[in-house]
Write a protein that binds this ligand. Structure first.
Ligand code: ATP
Ligand code: LTN
Length: 334
């Protein structure tokens, strides 16, 4: 049996090249090797307020972006988290075995909570729901960007704690990070991770940005005051541009050094911009095609949910039995 892979993205903000290079590109690469489930995690998105009409539209946009990136719905399941109720059900059961101290230590929670006057409980529970997403399908591998590594460690801790309290129930999942592009930094501030929720106009390149805008954003990227590239001593801004180029081009370190050492920053930026545009233009064309086919997206999402729901229901039944929760006699023998 193939190892199962699970990953997801939140339908909030505009997907950017960090999301693509950190996660989506990896998903496409491994989709034929494993049994993959790619989720649009709308229940995670509502941990901060979302305008309902915008959220509805974003869910479909993310699904179309998965497809435009090359995820093949014939070999993978693409589904929306809230369409399989077992995600929320398992999250509650896992909440009950998770010490609150583990959650309060999460750096993403601390960063997001610091920006808000009143912190919703959902923001604290966020990684438990993420653990439920993964454990529900007994996934062995979770391909994500580096910022999610801490949440995955917590997922393993929760799985191990559950297994030691109630007996072997969950597969303990591994993290898969890309070799290049696991942490793309903001173009306006290379000390901060590129993020969908950051507001600066020159912060990110969105996957649906037109070529002119991409050029402008990259040409304005923050570098340092040295005149030209030195791959070994470059500061974070230049390293970030090089990482973006390398992740899109697939060049090795030697090729990168030979090509870019000694190049003026203006030329580096031009080449990075053209590399990004050459990948995003065909991507955007596929996105337009997918979104103009009536009924196609809904069909993909329906099929995805139908395919994975029985796996999720089996796990919830097993967990209920382990914990001593009520299961009807018809289910007791399963
Ligand atoms: P937000 O800022 O709203 O939390 P985000 O940009 O971090 O959003 P997510 O939906 O949280 O996006 O992440 C989707 C996937 O993209 C995850 O696997 C995450 O690790 C990855 N990812 C996010 N930002 C980056 C980045 N800057 N570089 C590499 N990977 C990233
Ligand atoms: N928290 C993740 C999104 C996410 C996820 C998951 C990723 C929710 N559930 C399960 C991998 C596996 C993020 O990228 N912000």
């Amino acid at each position: 049996m193939k190892t199962r892979v699970f990953s997801g993205m939140q339908p909030s903000g505009n997907l950017h090249i960090g999301n693509y290079l950190g996660a989506l590109k990896n998903w496409v690469r491994i989709q034929n090797e494993y049994e993959c489930i790619f989720c649009i995690v709308d229940l995670h998105a509502i941990t901060v307020y979302q305008d309902p009409a915008e959220l509805r539209a974003k869910i479909r946009e993310i699904a179309a972006l998965y497809l435009a990136a090359g995820i093949d719905p014939k070999v993978c399941s693409i589904m929306v988290q809230s369409s399989v109720p077992a995600h929320a059900e398992l999250a509650w059961m896992l909440t009950c075995v998770t010490p609150v101290g583990w959650l309060e230590r999460m750096t993403q929670y601390k960063a997001k909570a610091a920006k808000q006057e009143s912190v919703g409980d959902g923001l604290l529970q966020y990684p438990v729901l993420m653990a439920a997403d993964i454990l529900l399908y007994q996934a062995g591998i979770v391909p994500v960007g580096e910022d999610q590594a801490q949440h995955l460690e917590l997922t393993r801790d929760i799985a191990q704690r559950f297994n030691s309290l109630y007996g072997d129930t969950f597969v303990v999942p591994g993290t898969s990070l890309p070799a290049v592009g696991a942490r793309i930094m903001g173009l306006d501030d290379p000390t901060q991770k590129m993020s969908k929720s950051a507001s600066g106009a020159n912060h990110a390149v969105a996957l649906l940005d037109p070529p002119d805008k991409i050029r402008k954003t990259i040409m304005r990227a923050t570098t340092d005051s040295l005149p030209c590239v030195d791959v070994t001593t470059a500061g974070p801004g230049v390293l970030n541009l090089l990482a973006i180029f390398q992740a899109f081009s697939g060049w090795n370190d030697d090729q990168m050094r030979q090509h870019f050492n000694g190049m003026r920053y203006g030329d580096l930026k031009k080449q990075v911009a053209e590399m990004v545009i050459s990948h995003l233009e065909p991507f955007q064309e596929r996105f337009r095609r997918i979104t103009s086919e009536p009924g196609y997206l809904d069909g993909v999402l329906r099929e995805g949910a139908e395919r994975v729901a029985p796996i999720a229901e089996d796990t919830v039944r097993l967990v209920k039995q382990c914990m001593g929760l009520y299961t009807s006699p018809a289910n007791a023998a399963l």
